[in-house]
Design a protein around this ligand. Structure first.
Ligand SMILES: CC(C)(COP(=O)(O)OP(=O)(O)OC[C@H]1O[C@@H](n2cnc3c(N)ncnc32)[C@H](O)[C@@H]1OP(=O)(O)O)[C@@H](O)C(=O)NCCC(=O)NCCS
Length: 179
């Protein structure tokens, strides 16, 4: 399917494009961002962003949908996307540090999850946080994700396995919260 453009009050979620490489590299080459993500090495170079963008396509399965997040009037701010995990679809996300603390990811998550549940047949979306990531866990709890257990997940930036709080959000909970 062709990725849609999703507009919210303050944001535009759209397909990643080659010009995103510079802001992606700038914001991801920050240990405070990468150290909370599983699959982002540190340091992170422009060539890493360019290589990753070459693997993104506008025409994708819902299960692999990835969106660049633009803040209206301010441009590229971060990323939200889905990938297929061992149990099913997984949602992941990050924002460049200048955009933290303004409710932006809550707004992006709500619109991305609305779209994902409406477009896929998935009854459940998985996620989680490294155990120290209180801001991300707060968003997930607020949106209806529940904790299902703990695991050890490799964090590339830390070059170590880190305790991960595993979470999931069911379609039933999401529907109940959105009506
Ligand atoms: C996690 C991240 C996406 C949050 O984005 P954001 O736009 O700042 O988040 P929001 O403002 O929408 O919501 C953050 C919530 O966490 C709360 N919060 C922030 N810091 C907190 C802390 N130290 N302890 C507890 N709650 C905290 C906020 O109060 C807010 O909740 P509220 O809306 O009920 O007040 C952003 O900090 C980020 O990109 N971090 C690095 C990458 C990352 O962690 N990605 C997620 C990996 S699981």
């Amino acid at each position: 399917m062709m990725l849609p453009i999703i507009e919210t009050d303050r944001l535009i979620l759209r397909a990643p494009r080659a010009q995103d490489a510079e802001p992606i590299a700038h914001y991801l080459n920050d240990f405070d961002v990468a150290g909370n993500l599983a699959r982002v090495p540190h340091p992170y170079y422009l060539s890493d962003a360019q290589a990753w963008l070459r693997t993104r396509h506008v025409d994708v399965d819902v299960a692999d949908a990835n969106f660049s997040i633009d803040v209206k009037g301010q441009g590229y701010a971060g990323h939200i996307g889905f990938h297929s995990g061992a149990l099913g679809p997984v949602i992941g996300y990050w924002l460049g540090k200048p955009f933290w603390g303004r409710g932006i990811m809550t707004e992006a998550m709500i619109s991305a999850l609305d779209w994902f549940f409406a477009t896929s047949r998935a009854p459940i979306v998985y996620s989680g946080v490294f155990h120290f990531n209180q801001a991300s866990l707060a968003i997930q709890h607020k949106l209806g994700f529940t904790e299902t257990g703990r695991s050890a997940l490799l964090c590339l930036a830390r070059e170590a396995e880190v305790e991960h709080i595993d979470t999931q959000l069911t379609l039933g909970v999401w529907k109940a919260r959105r009506t």
